[in-house]
Design a protein around this ligand. Structure first.
Ligand SMILES: Cc1cc2nc3c(=O)[nH]c(=O)nc-3n(C[C@H](O)[C@H](O)[C@H](O)COP(=O)(O)OP(=O)(O)OC[C@H]3O[C@@H](n4cnc5c(N)ncnc54)[C@H](O)[C@@H]3O)c2cc1C
Length: 515
């Protein structure tokens, strides 16, 4: 038998679902394909277990695509005394940056500008904070070559990195480093495809209606057909939706909003910013430059009680709040009309005793229900691997599955490879596809129309869309524009890119062969 490859596409989905519907029993059924569920599928499959993983929508449909796209070292948890969470974050950041996904995570410099809003004592405290963050890096054995040393910057150096900062009263800055993802949804795609390479059946558009200790009732969202999937263990990784599938799980989602701006609106910053939120101590907004000519500004933390929407929407009040924070520090005025997009995500926080959602612990939880279903929830993108390990350990123990030890700290994700700098492919493609960048570039070389941007001025080219259809499980325009690429974060760009997406979908493979 030839080993399964990592390519996901419509034909493989159809075959995998048909096998499960015909009664195949898998060791582990994973429900939810965000970072956590994809991580669970990879962890279990790489231990030698047979795995099926389903999502009601698509890879990274939920919170995992609405994050700040940081792989962070947990400094803020240190500040709130959650030492264990901080250390775990720093360790997982090191695993991603140095071993499993160096192509997807880069070191991003951050500047905390010492404006008149930051008192002398606050500056001293912040400097001590970033030094503590550097100790976290050290304790996690992440090399300085991966994350450089924090240091004090002069006002001139600060303005060189972020020219749009207001120079009046600027005393300098504090430079620190953290991990930044090329894109969060791409991380999920890479994890899911790596799981597929280990034999996991990855099935999108497949909604679980009810979970049992030995399987689930599911519905194929493409055809409406209902099936039972049988499994020796079931793991619920549905994030903010977890409470709907498991008894006794209470979540208190909190909404986080980001703005999308064109980089030139902010003078093309070369570093991220920690911007003090006026009137608070120790709370910062983030300015996050991306490599596609956009900058994200985030982030809010608002309780989001009530029914959980498929796609959360930012409120005008949140947008106004973020604009005010930016305005407090920049020379250039940033107006509502400069906001070309905005997105919001719901943090899957477990309900705790009292307290605002901002104060709830960010530690993850693994809970086994009376029916034997294991739920894994909370945590963050950065710690998905550890969450997955803990969930699979619980399933193995609870259901007596024969499996080897966890291997994922040393398992490179699809695209990871040493010496990526030597690839003869455009650097932007290498940052998003790693070693596969040459294959994406080859599509463009074979058909020059695929070398064209999907919209005028866009960094995304047509070859990326075709690649997503052939190898990354994209089934429709939304998969292409809203998750495999992030063109859709700006609605005018999304509209303009629809024809390119439709052309790419003509490459959809069918169960009987390419169309
Ligand atoms: C605004 C914001 C910023 C953040 N920034 C960061 C950051 O910079 N770094 C970081 O490390 N963390 C960050 N986080 C936290 C992180 O994004 C989340 O903890 C993480 O993405 C949660 O992933 P998940 O897989 O558990 O959930 P999700 O990504 O929500 O995945 C759940 C999946 O389950 C599926 N599903 C739901 N119901 C069903 C069903 N019945 N059947 C089948 N499938 C179903 C959904 O379609 C979805 O794809 C941020 C969170 C927010 C909200």
């Amino acid at each position: 038998m030839t080993p399964p490859d990592s390519s996901l596409n419509a034909a493989r989905r159809a075959r995998d679902l048909a096998a499960l519907a015909a009664g195949e029993v898998v060791d582990v059924l994973v429900v939810g394909l965000g970072a956590t569920g994809a991580g669970v599928a990879l962890d279990a499959a790489s231990r030698g277990l047979s795995v099926a993983a389903v999502d009601a929508h698509d890879l990274a449909f939920g919170t995992s695509r609405w994050s700040s796209k940081l792989v962070h070292g947990g400094l803020r948890y240190l500040a709130s005394g959650q030492l264990g969470v901080a250390h775990e974050s720093a360790v997982e950041r090191g695993v991603l940056m140095a071993r499993t996904a160096p192509h997807l995570v880069r070191a991003l410099p951050f500047v905390l500008p010492l404006t008149p809003l930051v008192s002398g004592s606050a500056a001293t405290l912040s400097m001590a904070g970033v030094r503590a963050g550097d100790l976290l890096r050290l304790s996690a054995h992440t090399r300085r070559a991966v994350l450089p040393r924090p240091r004090r910057l002069s006002a001139v150096e600060t303005l060189r990195l972020v020219p749009a900062l207001r120079s009046y009263g600027l005393r300098g800055g504090i430079l620190s480093w953290d991990g930044q993802l090329a894109d969060d949804a791409r991380l999920v795609t890479a994890i899911a495809r790596t799981a597929a390479a280990h034999g996991a059946r990855i099935i999108t558009r497949c909604r679980a209606a009810a979970l049992y200790g030995d399987g689930a009732d599911v519905r194929d969202e493409l055809t409406g057909a209902e099936h039972v999937i049988r499994a020796r263990a079931v793991i619920n990784a549905t994030g903010v939706w977890a409470g709907g599938l498991a008894d006794g799980i209470r979540l208190r989602p909190s909404r986080g909003t980001h703005l999308v701006l064109r980089a030139d609106t902010l003078g093309v910053p070369l570093a991220g910013l920690h911007l003090p939120i006026p009137g608070t101590t120790g709370r910062f907004a983030l300015v996050l430059p991306q490599d596609d000519g956009r900058v994200y500004v985030g982030l809010t933390d608002e309780p989001a009680d009530g029914p959980v929407p498929d796609v959360p929407r930012p409120t005008e009040a949140e947008i106004g709040f973020l604009l005010d924070v930016v305005d407090s520090a920049l020379e250039v005025p940033v107006r509502r009309a400069d906001v070309v997009g905005a997105f919001a995500g719901l943090r899957p926080l477990l309900d705790g005793p009292g307290g605002r959602t901002a104060d709830l612990s960010r530690r993850h939880a693994v809970l086994t229900g009376r029916n034997g279903v294991v739920t894994v929830v909370g945590g963050k993108l950065t710690t998905y691997r550890r969450m997955a390990q803990d969930a699979v350990d619980a399933a193995i123990e609870g259901r007596g599955l024969p499996a080897g030890p966890c291997r994922t700290t040393r398992l490179p994700l699809v695209g990871a490879a040493p010496e990526l700098g030597r690839l003869t492919a455009p650097p932007r493609l290498v940052r998003r596809y790693g070693a596969e960048a040459t294959a994406v570039a080859a599509l463009a070389a074979a058909d020059p129309s695929l070398a064209e941007p999907v919209t005028p001025g866009s960094a995304t080219i047509g070859a990326e869309l075709v690649w997503a259809v052939l190898h990354e499980g994209a089934l429709d325009e939304s998969d292409l524009l809203d998750r495999r690429t992030r063109v859709g974060l700006v609605s005018t760009d999304r509209q303009a890119a629809l024809p390119a997406a439709r052309r790419a979908l003509a490459h959809l493979p069918t169960a009987t062969g390419p169309r």
